[in-house]
Ligand binder design. Structure first.
Ligand code: ADP
Length: 649
């Protein structure tokens, strides 16, 4: 290249780099303004001086004297190639600079033009990047997670952290050499899904999935893999950063928990099934025992025989109470007993309970002191039937464990915390302090089993569970030889008029429907659908007690429907457990047909759950008798099949 001094200067001026021209003796000929800013010298201070003043030791010495020669000899290397050297500013500070050299000829003499860029900022950046890279490596080397960087398709790993060996049993070098090597260890069942997921890696900015690996020792490990695309160098295609965690411990714990839960659910389902079977299986024979005993009791018997019948009925009743209580307790414990809390008028429940115990109170000549005024005209939130059951348990205990001519007192009061308390106190035998703590243990009768007082020891245990389920609690105070007081505390029902008249529930309607109705005058055909022969025999005997009754028996639902259509009975008695179809289905079909729709149908079933009873009555059953049923109650249906409608046939 050939230059005139003018164009040499203007070229120097316009250059973005600092430009320094030296001759073959290293003497500076030109020094551009940018070079002035870079080195801190005025052009006049350097032109005519040796270029070594711009370079620190050892760069300016030991190079055969002439830097120009050095520059020139290096031209082959430096042309077009970045070279970093160190510059020396006025004042003696060194700085990194980039130098490229061109040789030219001026007036027949060789000239060397060095173009100089300051690299201070760049080098500082590079150093901090190296430093953070160092820190990053330190971090990924010591964490348990595997960290990898790879290209998108085609897959090539750029970085693989050493943890890959701990988790996969592969070395980082193996992975760097063969990206497909992972598929050698992926669990065979997960390979297809993993390939599918990995195919999405190029198009998704983030991905995460779980997969299993099968290690050479046969151990299966669960991995949690997260992909995220990262832009490294602007303009370059993104890389995929991959973090892999070993989640085997967590996964195994989750699986153990899930299988324990499934096992518990299976056990619970089996328990429910068992309970419902037990309920049916125990009640069905009890129906025959108590039914036939009641029938016997209606006969002309000697005093001794009457006493025997009374014993059978008492024993049977006791067994039935026990069955009911045990089934209730297990139902609560397995979460199967559903209660429906609603506002219940306390005074109504007290009245119903006290009506039931009148004969017992009279038999022991007890004085009963009832709350005065409107103090119990309060609504509490409770399941009406269960609340009554609990109160009845308290009152019958107060009678049973009292002394003759003793006293029972009922009191009600509202507690400041919004609870309503109903207390039953007696002046009976009381309970010793060491026995009090066993009071709610099922079957523990606190020594009363040795006395003549009858009981199962389950009532209070059941009461406590029931009241807890309703959001209430029970308090007990007792002193041996002095007396006891049992309090049930229930939440007050807000927003209910205290004098609202309670609507009886459907089953209450059935049970209390004992109103006298005119006797049946005409002949009555009754179809009894039942598959238990002992119960059929009992029903036959009951039917024989009434004039003009023809009892037709069907063991199966389908057959019964045909029989009913052809014989048009005046009353249908229906068991719910039938061999060919459910009693509910029979009822539904009876109600759907215009010919059979109006025939009174009474369900006679061993299933005593309130929900079931309510549902059956809502489906249109005229009544629901739970086995073992009260013989007198059944005879009332024979006497007047339309008794619930209040009409005579
Ligand atoms: P049980 O059927 O035996 O009456 P409960 O569960 O109702 O069963 O009561 C458990 C035990 O608590 C009773 O057997 C009796 O020993 C004692 N108990 C309950 N109520 C009273 C009471 N009012 N006075 C004295 N002891 C009572």
């Amino acid at each position: 290249m050939t230059h005139s001094p003018e164009n040499l200067n203007s070229e120097v001026e316009s250059s973005v780099a600092g430009t320094i021209t030296i001759d073959s003796h290293d003497i500076i000929q030109t020094f551009s303004p940018i070079a002035e800013r870079l080195f801190g010298y005025k052009s006049s201070e350097v032109v005519g001086h040796n270029v070594s003043m711009l370079m620190p030791e050892p760069d300016h010495s030991g190079r055969d004297g002439h830097l120009a020669k050095y520059w020139a000899s290096d031209i082959a290397h430096v042309l077009g190639v970045d070279r970093e050297v160190t510059g020396l500013r006025k004042g003696g500070t060194a700085f990194p600079m980039h130098l490229s050299v061109e040789e030219s000829v001026f007036e027949g003499k060789p000239m060397f033009t060095g173009m100089v860029h300051d690299l201070t900022v760049e080098v500082a950046n590079r150093m901090s990047q190296q430093e953070s890279e160092g820190r990053f490596r330190q971090l990924v080397n010591c964490i348990d997670e595997v960290f990898m960087l790879r290209t998108l398709t085609p897959v090539r790993y750029v970085y693989v952290s050493p943890a890959v060996e701990k988790i996969y049993g592969l070395t980082a070098d193996q992975v760097l050499a063969d990206p497909e090597i992972f598929f050698d260890v992926i669990h065979p069942d997960d390979v297809a899904e993993l390939r599918e997921t990995m195919a999405k890696a190029d198009t998704s900015s983030r991905l995460e999935f779980e997969c299993r690996i099968l290690r050479p020792d046969g151990e299966v490990r669960w991995l949690w893999v997260r992909y995220s695309q990262v832009a490294t160098v602007p303009g370059d295609p993104p890389l995929l950063a991959i973090v892999v965690s070993d989640i085997t411990v967590r996964k195994n714990a989750q699986r153990a928990e899930a299988s324990a839960r499934a096992e518990a659910e299976r056990a619970n389902a089996a328990k429910t099934e068992f309970l419902s079977r037990m309920s049916h299986e125990l009640r069905t024979p009890m129906n025959a025992i108590l039914g036939f005993a009641q029938l016997l009791g209606m006969d002309d018997l000697s005093d001794n025989q009457h006493e025997s019948v009374r014993q059978i009925i008492r024993g049977g009743q006791h067994l039935l109470d026990l069955i009911n209580e045990v089934l209730d307790i297990s139902g609560i414990d397995s979460g199967q007993l559903a209660l429906s809390s609603e506002p219940v008028l306390v005074s109504d429940v007290i009245d119903e309970v006290m009506d039931l115990v009148v004969p017992l109170v009279a038999a022991r000549n007890l004085t009963v002191l009832m709350p005065t005024g409107d103090v119990c005209h309060v609504h509490v939130l409770a399941d009406r039937q269960r609340f009554k059951q609990v109160l009845l348990n308290f009152v019958s205990n107060a009678i049973k464990y009292n002394r003759n001519d003793g006293e029972i007192r009922l009191t009600c009061d509202t507690r400041p915390n919004g609870e309503f308390a109903i207390t039953v106190s007696d002046k009976g035998i009381g309970i010793g302090s060491e026995e009090l703590e066993r009071l709610f243990t099922p079957f523990d009768r606190l020594g009363q089993e040795a006395t003549a007082v009858e009981g199962t020891g389950v009532g209070l245990a059941l009461s406590q569970r029931l009241i807890h389920l309703m959001g209430g609690r029970i308090e007990v105070e007792s002193t041996a030889g002095v007396g006891s007081s049992f309090t049930v505390l229930l939440p007050l029902a807000g927003g209910v008029e205290s004098r609202t008249v309670e609507q009886g529930s459907p089953e209450a309607r059935t049970v209390s429907a004992t109103a006298a109705v005119p006797g049946r005058s005409a002949a009555l055909t009754v179809v009894y659908i039942e598959d238990n022969l002992a119960n059929v025999r009992l029903m036959e005997q009951l039917a024989a007690r009434r004039q003009g009754i023809t009892l037709i028996h069907a063991m199966q639902g389908g057959l019964a429907l045909e029989l009913i259509t052809s014989s048009r009975p005046g009353l249908i008695l229906l068991d719910l457990h039938l061999p060919d179809m459910s009693g509910e289905e029979v009822l539904r079909r009876l109600r759907a047909e215009s010919i059979t729709r109006r025939i009174p149908t009474v369900v006679v079933s061993a299933d005593a759950s309130p929900g079931q009873i309510r549902r059956i009555l809502e489906m249109g059953a005229s009544g629901y008798l739970t086995k073992p049923f009260d013989v007198e109650e059944l005879l009332l249906w024979f006497d007047n099949p339309h008794r619930m409608e209040g009409e005579s046939p």
